[in-house]
Design a binder for this molecule. Structure first.
Ligand SMILES: Cc1cc2nc3c(=O)[nH]c(=O)nc-3n(C[C@H](O)[C@H](O)[C@H](O)COP(=O)(O)OP(=O)(O)OC[C@H]3O[C@@H](n4cnc5c(N)ncnc54)[C@H](O)[C@@H]3O)c2cc1C
Length: 277
């Protein structure tokens, strides 16, 4: 799984499938169900830490298909597949002169992963522009959720056990040049404040109510702290980077040390934003 995660960490999955359409996905689900395998859905693997022991089950990657991005400039509607790169969606909608996603520039991963996580930041979240999401349940049945049913909240949604196939969005017309400038400014801001070229999974911890996890960790002087090849980024304290040869065990040990420090110094219990498999 080190080949499929931005951390570049993780042992083998027992099975790995990369279907390219709904029918193939259904076949894969049936096959793994008949073998009694637990299923793990993979997008870009940019919010994920896979243990060194690997995955005790079947990983299904959504990057083999669902890549279509259909943009209707006239009414601002967009239909996008779960396997499309979020960065491609942002770029194409900005170039089409449609506003709503330019603040998500620089967030890696797929549209499916972004919908599960309600990816975003201070310039908004993807859930803000969603009108509906088409999903498949593990029995192969397709269902559509409205934006309200998706219950988008801070880095969470109601996807649960289902598989995101595609989504419809509603954007607003605005000048493409102005949107491009905004997108470049957001990208520049991200480049200077986050270790974008390092191997990481983005922010490790959720922000505690009304506080910034990164600021808390920074205040305790933990930037640069290391366990093996895992290091608290010197650029952004809520990022752990694989500084070379890190194992999942290194990252987990570092997470525990950060949590312990924050707990003993501030009484705050940090919760994980990244998923651990
Ligand atoms: C350098 C860097 C910067 C980042 N900056 C941000 C940021 O600014 N804001 C932010 O919100 N996040 C950020 N992230 C985290 C991450 O990019 C987002 O959470 C992203 O949306 C995850 O998408 P993914 O496709 O990589 O999902 P994955 O990591 O593959 O999966 C994440 C979760 O979604 C599930 N999943 C994925 N696809 C599907 C699907 N089609 N159906 C059902 N379940 C699915 C997985 O099972 C898993 O539980 C950053 C990460 C990195 C490495």
């Amino acid at each position: 799984m080190s080949r499929h995660t931005s951390f570049r960490i993780g042992g083998n999955a027992r099975f790995f499938a990369q279907p390219s359409n709904d029918d193939e996905l259904r076949l894969a689900l049936d096959f793994f169900a008949s073998k009694g395998e637990k299923i793990y859905m993979l997008g870009g693997g940019t919010n994920l830490l896979v243990r060194d022991e690997g995955v005790d089950g079947a990983v299904i990657s959504m990057r083999g298909g669902w890549k279509d991005i259909q943009i209707d400039r006239d009414d601002g509607t967009v239909k996008v597949g779960a396997g499309a790169a979020l960065s491609a969606l942002v770029k194409h909608t900005v170039e089409a002169g449609l506003a709503g996603l330019e603040g998500l520039a620089g967030i890696p991963g797929t549209v499916g992963g972004a919908l599960v996580m309600n990816a975003g930041g201070k310039y908004g979240n993807i859930g803000d522009v969603v009108t509906s999401v088409r999903m498949m349940d593990k029995s192969g049945k397709v269902i559509e959720f409205s934006a309200a049913q998706m219950k988008f909240a801070y880095r969470s949604s109601a996807v649960g056990d289902r598989i995101v196939l595609d989504a419809k969005l509603k954007l607003t017309a605005k000048g493409a040049d102005e949107l491009k400038r905004t997108m470049h400014r957001v990208l520049e801001e991200k480049r200077t404040s986050q270790p974008l070229s390092a191997h990481s999974a983005g922010c490790v911890f959720r922000n505690p109510e009304g506080q910034s996890a990164g600021a808390l960790i920074d205040k305790l002087g933990l930037k640069g702290m290391r366990v093996g090849g895992a290091m608290v980024s010197p650029i952004h304290a809520n990022f752990i980077v694989n500084a070379g040869g890190a194992t999942a065990a290194d990252v987990i040990e570092l997470i525990e040390r950060i949590r312990e420090k924050v707990r003993s110094q501030t009484g705050i219990e940090l919760e994980l934003e990244i998923k651990i498999w």
